[in-house]
Write a protein that binds this ligand. Sequence first.
Ligand code: NAD
Length: 353
Amino acid sequence: MKKYKVGMVGVGRGTAYGHIFTHHPDTEVVALCDFNEESLEQNGKEFGIDDKHLFLNYEDMLNDDIDIVVLGTPIPFHADQTVKGLAAGKHILCEVTASDNLKDCQRMVDAVRSAKTKFMMAENVNYMDFALQWDKYIKAGKIGTPFYAEADYLHEIRDKVDGKWRANRAPLHYCSHSLGPILKWMDDHIVRCTALGNESRCFENKTIGNIDLQVALFETAKGATIKVARSSVARRYPGSGFYSILGTKGYLESSREGYEGTGLRYFEGIDPEKTARKIAIPTSNLDAPPEANAGGHGTSEYYLVYDFLKCIEEDTTPPIDIVRAMDMTVPGLIAHEAAMKGGVWLDVPRITD
Ligand SMILES: NC(=O)c1ccc[n+]([C@@H]2O[C@H](COP(=O)([O-])OP(=O)(O)OC[C@H]3O[C@@H](n4cnc5c(N)ncnc54)[C@H](O)[C@@H]3O)[C@@H](O)[C@H]2O)c1
């Protein structure tokens, strides 16, 4: 395998992938970009990058000798940086979610369709160990046909919402951690939705990012129902990353204690009748090397990067390509609209069709 040169823009969250790419034998991190000079300098030292490969301007980094761009910038910048990165012939690994509006989603779709390089959205929950295990169970038919799923992502990050870009990120705009794994398990996409939640009582500063909580009901193309609850301000400690999926022959359910903990399962014909079995909800694969945990969310980023590099090397479709990226992003945009209209039902367009 060729050694790929990686440039990262947005050296906050972006560095999570930087640590994985640094350890990977087939990649090296060679350039960084951030408009915060102090962060840029500090991360330049941490990654051992020469000053001439540290950029305040994204276009300048694109002119450097790099193959892959990691977009770790706030969501409002993803569309523009994806379009420019693909036009410059770079492969793009884009943080979640794809975008905060439909017009930019369409621009991203058009840019990916005409690009020769790869685009993958970095939905890391899809790669958490329990999510990968559940996928195998579900695809093997252990719970039968899925017809209902739930996910909560209640993560109090008021310090990151107040006065920052997340002040304008509606809770349901950030629904890919919830919808991502569920849609993968169901091999499905959303066709319509409704939602509630348009008041800010928890937090004085009344912006859409400070809405207490939003709950959406989604209907899928195969006729399943999905419920998602999202909040960035509710005082729910520890944060809850809850998943449950129910099929015609059983179910899988995580705990509400955070991402890890003990969940429950029932598989008809395997578990004793009408008796649930306790299961572990691991975020990390224990067989992975220690550096595989460097991304910060178990081994998820490590396996995600592995798949991304494989699709570049083998010229195949990325597992979270532009179609999947939009399937995890667009329903959240429409659900927020439904909530602001007081809970109407709205069709969810599949803009990649
Ligand atoms: N997958 C996850 O678990 C996870 C966790 C946190 C954040 N995220 C995602 O990561 C992205 C970044 O989030 P964050 O909390 O690190 O954001 P942030 O506000 O901390 O910004 C990250 C960095 O980007 C820089 N930056 C902002 N705009 C820029 C621009 N136009 N050009 C160059 N640099 C720019 C900032 O100076 C900062 O250093 C978002 O898309 C967010 O949704 C994902």
